[in-house]
Design a protein around this ligand. Structure first.
Ligand SMILES: Nc1nc2c(c(=O)[nH]1)N[C@H]1C(S)=C(S)[C@@H](COP(=O)(O)OP(=O)(O)OC[C@H]3O[C@@H](n4cnc5c(N)ncnc54)[C@H](O)[C@@H]3O)O[C@H]1N2
Ligand code: MOO
Length: 401
């Protein structure tokens, strides 16, 4: 049986996938969304020369004489510009964020002024121009401040708000329908019979889809029954899912029906069976406008395949580059035996040792059903097909989790 290399499978999966369309969203809903077009400022910030301190707006030349005294002719709190002009020997009481009044060029902080009635004594002369933020210090109208494509974070959103964008152009989030299959599965919180287990893959993949900028759609659990399975698959198509992820039933057992039923529903198969561990029975295809990704049922296999295939697919639909291209070098923390023909993704603890070395220490057991070890892993050591045995201390490639 020939197995397709991981890189070839990924290429086929992403082939011809274009970014989804653009929609507008409120600023409050934009966290984690992907900006679809560059964001240009509609404002200059600050829009006026502003005081950076609480104190007095002065003409610098009036403050240089020892024990200079200035007359307070008004007040400028933030949001209330002083409308007059500061003339010789005059000052305006000013607060942080208020516009610098005309005539003044410097801020005397209040700690260095002694007020009595409507005058002040300059206790320590300021340097010329201090504590004045010039107009446009932060940014100017017309400047492109956030370039698309970019997943928006809290800093971007503060900046977009400061630019006065209440709504933002973002990519439509890929809708990812997730369907578990198997008579043995019961939802978390359910009451399994002795021969049943809890369906775990859903929870993990839902979270991964959200983390990657997709919108998960829970299609529940289908029994290993072709009619029921076909019904669930049709629901995904009716819901116009961009991606249908099936969990389990991808292998060769008598009850592994997913591929057969998808085929009967009209799926074009792109590939099945990959030279990777875990994840060998991975399958992909297209059903109408919906990309289909058939993940193996073993929990670690389904999560590793999601990381390696679903994540880049969602990134592509958002118009973003594939972050998995970020494999790194690490120091192997324990010996590894020779690899076979499948590219191995070895669960490992990731540590930073003194001096900054990244050390990846593989777990001795690597069974693809072991979620507890995956949860403790910080890295997947990537071992190419037929890699020779490796000794602790050698350099290996890894993907951070
Ligand atoms: N004769 C062969 N048998 C198997 C092969 C093979 O090549 N020849 N491949 C093995 C490999 S590798 C994998 S991986 C599994 C994957 O098989 P399926 O995708 O058909 O998965 P299932 O049989 O449905 O389930 C496997 C395992 O995972 C549990 N499971 C399924 N779904 C969930 C879920 N949503 N949450 C938690 N656990 C789940 C299921 O109970 C099984 O224990 O096939 C090997 N067999
Ligand atoms: O792909 Mo299977 O995950 O080797 O267990």
């Amino acid at each position: 049986m020939s197995l397709m290399p991981v890189s070839e499978a990924l290429k086929r999966l992403l082939d011809g996938v274009d970014p989804l369309g653009t929609e507008w969203t409120d600023l409050a809903q934009a966290n984690g969304r992907t900006l679809a077009t560059d964001l240009v400022s509609t404002r200059t910030q600050p829009p006026f020369a502003a005081s950076a301190m609480d104190g007095y707006a002065v003409r610098h030349e009036d403050t240089t004489q020892p024990a200079a005294r200035l007359k307070v002719i008004g007040e400028a709190p933030a949001g209330h510009a002083f409308s007059g002009v500061v003339g010789p020997g005059e000052t305006v009481r000013i607060f942080t964020g208020a516009p610098l009044p005309e005539g003044a060029d410097t801020i005397l902080i209040q700690e260095n002024a002694e007020r009595s009635g409507d005058s002040i004594l300059v206790r320590e002369a300021p340097l010329k121009g201090v504590f004045v933020r010039p107009a446009g210090l932060d940014f100017a109208e017309g400047e492109t401040l956030i370039c698309a494509p970019k997943r928006l974070n809290y800093r971007d959103l503060a900046l977009a708000a400061a630019m006065n964008h209440a709504r933002l152009p973002v990519r439509r989030r890929p809708k990812v329908a997730i369907l578990a299959t198997g008579d043995e599965l019961v939802r978390p919180g359910g009451d399994p019979r002795p021969d049943q287990i809890i369906a775990s893959n859903h929870a993990g993949i839902t979270a991964l889809v959200e983390d990657c900028g997709g919108s998960p759609l829970d299609l529940g659990i289908s029994k290993d029954d072709p009619v029921e399975l076909a019904g669930h698959i049709r629901r995904a198509i009716e819901a116009r899912a961009d991606v249908l992820v099936t969990l389990g039933g991808a292998s060769v057992g008598d009850h592994d029906l997913v591929q057969e039923v998808l085929g009967a529903e009209g799926m074009d198969l792109a590939f099945w069976r990959i030279a990777m561990r875990p994840g060998k029975p991975l399958m992909a295809g297209r059903l109408g406008q919906t990309k289909v990704l058939g993940l193996p049922g073993n929990p670690v296999s389904s999560l590793v395949c999601s990381l390696l295939f679903l994540k880049p697919l969602i990134a592509r639909m958002n118009g973003l580059p594939d972050e998995n291209a970020g494999e790194r070098d690490g120091v192997l923390g324990a010996d590894l035996g020779p690899n076979d023909r499948r590219q191995d993704y070895v669960r490992a603890v990731l540590e930073t040792r003194a001096g900054g070395a990244l050390v990846v220490t593989p777990f001795a057991k690597q069974d693809s059903s072991m979620l507890a070890l995956l949860a403790r892993s910080g890295a997947l050591i990537v071992r190419p097909p037929h890699a020779p045995a490796a000794k602790a201390g050698e350099t290996v490639r890894f993907l951070p989790l």
